[in-house]
Design a protein around this ligand. Structure first.
Ligand SMILES: C[S@@+](CC[C@H](N)C(=O)[O-])C[C@H]1O[C@@H](n2cnc3c(N)ncnc32)[C@H](O)[C@@H]1O
Length: 258
């Protein structure tokens, strides 16, 4: 009964948002014909990640050849303000990954143009922007609202310091609609951070599209790559050599584009 109520509430919430109808159609299709996409190959992916994983410190020092100081120690005041901003929100949204890795990959490639999928409170956006603003660069973000929380849209990106917001462009649609709109603005990126639709098929669709827009020497990052086998399969099928980073019991995948 509760499940039926949840499905009905979600459906009616989507009906109020014509801009999200394409995503509603995809969700209905997925729930009828492709329910296994979220966890496809999870066991093999987790094992693969465990075998390859290093800490964020090891990755930053050994691969990026930079001394590791954690993100919150580099920006203590802004970080403290961000924590307070999140505490004040009445909504619960998705959590952050490794802010240090996001910050240092943007530093490593001297990023001026970055793209991310999935914003929520904006922790990853905060970390990328902390680097981008040094070069007056831009972060393009795609984020679909949490459909069941009316107020959530007001708080998307709420932890991003105000002083960074001139360097941030947010597209509030599902990735399938946002990404083409972002590519109309700019077509090449120095870094990519994928943290939105975590299904196997959602990742596979976005990974190849985003990879093609990454410049040579740029860095591709995806969060939660142990959740299913999409990142592993993508790397194996395309001959990519990934770095896997363990952080907070989860895995992020990184590929440097040669
Ligand atoms: C894990 S949270 C992002 C966390 C953020 N990157 C951070 O580190 O703070 C995932 C976000 O992706 C959004 N999302 C989920 N599916 C999406 C889709 N198909 N298109 C765009 N955004 C999506 C969710 O609404 C949520 O805001």
């Amino acid at each position: 009964m509760t499940k039926i109520f949840e499905i009905a509430t979600t459906f009616f919430a989507y009906l109020k948002r014509p801009d999200l109808y394409p995503e509603l159609r995809r969700k209905i299709w997925k729930n009828i014909f492709n329910r296994s996409s979220g966890l496809r190959g999870k066991d093999e992916a987790e094992k693969w990640c465990q075998d390859l994983a290093v800490s964020e410190k090891d990755f930053i020092e050994n691969v990026l050849k930079t001394e590791f100081v954690s993100f919150e120690k580099i920006f203590p005041q802004d970080f403290e303000q961000a924590v307070l901003a999140q505490e004040k929100t009445p909504v619960k949204m998705g959590g952050a990954g490794s802010l240090s890795v996001i910050y240092y990959i943007n530093e490593f490639v001297k990023s001026q143009s970055a793209i991310e999928t999935g914003v929520a409170y904006g922790w990853s956006s905060f970390a990328a922007l902390a680097s981008l603003v040094k070069r007056n660069g831009t972060l393009y973000s795609s984020d679909m609202p949490y459909i069941l929380q009316n107020q959530s849209e007001d708080f998307v990106g709420c932890v991003i310091p105000e002083k960074y917001k001139n360097n941030w462009e947010l597209f509030r649609f599902a990735d399938k609609e946002s990404l083409p709109k972002i590519f109309e603005k700019t077509n090449t990126f120095d870094t990519v951070h994928y943290d939105s639709d975590k299904t196997y098929d959602g990742r596979m669709w976005a990974y190849s599209l985003l990879w093609d827009k990454l410049r040579n020497g740029g860095i591709f990052m995806s969060d939660d790559v142990g959740d299913n086998a999409a990142f592993k399969d993508y790397c194996e099928r395309n001959g990519r050599k990934p770095h896997i980073i363990e952080f907070d019991g989860k895995y992020a995948g990184i590929i440097i584009k040669d």
